[in-house]
Structures are given as C-alpha cells and as structure tokens.
Ligand binder design. Structure first.
Ligand SMILES: [Fe+2]
Ligand SMILES: [Fe+2]
Length: 406
C-alpha cells in the first residue's frame, strides 16, 4: 500500500518546489500539500496519514504546536520537521514531538531515505516477535534517575558545568566510574581529570551525559549472577565501540551532534543483550548452544530462540527511553545497516563500523585478517571501503595509548 504523506508549509513557493522535486516518488507515496496547520488538521480528520512533514515557522499555528496536536490526536503518525539548518539545535531542544529533523534545502533522495528509514525502524519496533518477547521480560531497566537529572539540568536556562558536575559528584560510585573511564586511553586526554565538572569541561556535556546513562544502566545489572555471560566483556566492548564510533566520526568530519549521537549509540548498541541475558538466562544459554550446534550467527540463533534479536530489544528499550530516532535506529540495525542505506552519514554508519572494528581488534589488528563483522557491501555503496586501513590505524593508536597508560 502506498504511504500517505502530508506536507505543511506556509510558503506556496516551497510547497511547489517540494511537489516538483518529489514527482518521481508518486508511485510510492500519496502526497498532500497544505499551507497551514489548521488546514493540515482538517485534512487528517477525513484521511489517515502515515507521515507529516511540517515547516517550523508558520503564522498562527507554528510547526511545534501543530506536531504537538498531531502527537496527541494521532500518536502513530510519523512526525518530521523540515526547517532551516541553522535552527536545528534550537528545534531539537524545543520541539519534543518531532521524530526527525530534515534541514532545508534538501533533495528528494534525502527526504526519501529519511522517511524510508523511519518506516523501517517502526516496522522493527512493532513486529510481533519482539512484542511477545518484551512482554515476557519481567524488568526492563528504566532511565537512571541521575541521567534524568542531568538532562533536566542541561535543558534548564540557568544550568552551568559547575552545577552539573556537582550533581554527578554526589553519586560516588558513578563519579569513580566516570573518572576511571575518561582517564583511560580511549579519550586520549593528556592530563588527569579529577572531578566530573572537569570531565564535562573537557569532553563536553553530551559525552558525559552518555556515560552517565550507560554506567547507570550497566550498574543495574551488577548484582545479578551473570558472571559466566561475561558482562564485563560486554561492558568493555560497549565502551570501546562508543569511543571508536566517535573517533571514526570525527575523522570523517562528522558534525558534533552526529559524533555525539554515534558515541551514545555505540555505548548502547548491545544493551538488548544485557537485558536478555539478565532476564532470560536459560534461554540465552540456549542461544549460545544453538550457535554451536547449528553453526549459525548470533542473530539467527536469537531469532530462532526468541523470535527477535538483541538489536530489536535494544531498539525497543532506547525507543522507550525517548532517545533520538537516530540512536534507536543505530541500535536496531547495527548488524544489518544495509536496510538504512543513506547518502548521508548517520550514527548507524559509525556504530556498525566501530562494532566491526572492535570485534576485530580483539584478534590481530591487520589488513590480512578479514574483518568479518563489517558489511563490505554496505561500505562499498558508501564508497568507504578504502578507508578501512585508516580506521584500523586509529584503533591501533587507541591500543598504543592504552599501553602507555598502563
Ligand atoms: Fe550486537
Ligand atoms: Fe557489538
């Protein structure tokens, strides 16, 4: 069935431009174009839409008000903001009801791939196998309260690095873990960091925020008897994947927002594994047995045993926590990035690469050994295959720094 898409913009010229640009997609999308929020809401009464793409600045009802109303009345409709690039940061902070932001001017390809990716993600999140599995899981970890406090502080107009540092410092276990991490080789900081405020000052709010979340989630599982599942190994793998995703993103000149999202998604990409191992350990044992018995991949075995994978569960959870779509998407597709092929760099790209490099880094770090975990076809489509040696070098530098640090 064709997807129903509604475009809202008060400027007739922009709407005309969109119509012209998207003409080629008429076989896939049924598109409706309206000039105001009121008109959009009116259209929705009679006809269901899958997606709304709205401008931000409009007289009477602006994009933010419109999307809030849509969220309330039609919670399943995918909500996209199409607005000027310079406004992105402000919009991400103030418009809570948008799933995705696309900056103007954009081309048909970007619009098409963004919307298709959102559908792919929604398909994962609503699949029956995942729903059944999640309903069987007794305790899904909620957002750590310290993380919520930090996010609130970041959003409040009179917050400061000092205040955020103070809040984190009150949690001694968290502080110790953050300091241990930021002083490790992965962050490559030349001097010793001795308190959270300093960490925020040097690494940035978003990096520290991501660490608070990941440490908080992992610590919820510390008490459980899961030693033989190698929670420690999963922790190390997650931290390294986050750090490598950020390094590669920075190397490829990704902007700060993208690089921060890549870091957080890298840290959380296997969180579904943690949840499965903790809640259904017997079944996870069965997964491991199945891999050995049938010589299949982890994902195939999980699908057989659970009807969904750790990536699906991780996506469900990060979605539940309200993390940005780009992060949920990276978690959902980190083992099959080809589903979200996009001409633009997205967090998924870096998480997939970092996950592959990290798994590989556990063995010998050389080009001779094949990097089995990276999807070469995907990298080829991006034109990035030749970059692998450079990235491997970046990872090797990490390792060297690690040695110096002892
Ligand atoms: Fe994974
Ligand atoms: Fe992984």
């Amino acid at each position: 069935m064709k997807k129903q898409i509604l475009f809202v913009d008060d400027e007739p010229l922009i709407l005309q431009g969109l119509k012209r640009m998207l003409r080629g997609l008429r076989s896939e999308w049924d598109m409706t174009f309206v000039q105001s929020g009121a008109e959009a809401l009116e259209k929705m009464v009679g006809a269901p839409f899958d997606v709304i793409v709205s401008d931000m600045r409009m007289p009477e009802m602006d994009g933010s008000q419109l999307l809030d109303t849509v969220k309330h009345r039609y919670p399943n409709m995918v909500r996209v903001v199409l607005s000027g690039h310079s406004e992105e940061e402000m919009i991400m902070k103030t418009v809570k009801s948008a799933h995705q932001f696309i900056s103007k001017p954009c081309n048909a390809e970007t619009l098409k791939s963004t919307i298709s990716r959102m559908f792919a993600l929604r398909e994962v999140l609503t699949q029956e196998g995942l729903k059944r599995l999640v309903s069987r899981i007794e305790s899904l970890p909620s957002l750590p309260s310290l993380y919520t406090q930090v996010v609130e502080l970041i959003q409040s107009p009179n917050s400061s690095i000092k205040k955020i540092g103070e809040v984190i410092s009150k949690d001694l276990a968290m502080t110790a873990k953050i300091l241990q991490l930021v002083n490790s080789a992965f962050f490559g900081i030349p001097r010793q960091i001795s308190n959270p405020a300093q960490a925020v000052g040097l690494l940035g709010l978003d990096t520290v925020k991501a660490l608070v979340l990941t440490i908080g989630i992992f610590s919820k599982f510390e008490q459980k008897q899961l030693a033989h599942f190698g929670i420690e190994t999963l922790w190390n793998h997650s931290i390294k994947t986050g750090a490598i995703a950020k390094k590669v993103a920075d190397k490829e000149s990704a902007d700060k927002h993208l690089s921060d999202n890549a870091f957080m998604a890298g840290l959380l990409h296997d969180v579904g594994k943690l949840v499965l191992v903790a809640n259904v350990p017997d079944k996870y044992e069965e997964v491991i047995e199945t891999i050995k018995d049938q010589n299949i991949t982890l994902n195939q075995a999980e699908q057989l045993v659970f009807g969904a994978t750790h990536a699906d569960v991780g996506a469900y959870l990060t979605g539940l926590w309200g993390l940005p779509d780009a992060i949920v998407e990276a978690v959902a597709f980190h083992h099959r990035p080809e589903i979200c092929l996009s001409n633009d760099m997205i967090p998924l790209t870096f998480v997939h690469i970092a996950d592959g490099l990290e798994h590989h880094g556990n063995g010998t770090l050389s080009m001779e050994a094949p990097i089995l975990k990276i999807d070469y076809g995907y990298l080829q489509k991006l034109g990035w295959v030749e970059k692998i040696p450079e990235w491997l070098k970046t990872c090797a530098e990490n390792k060297e720094e690690g040695k110096n640090d002892g």
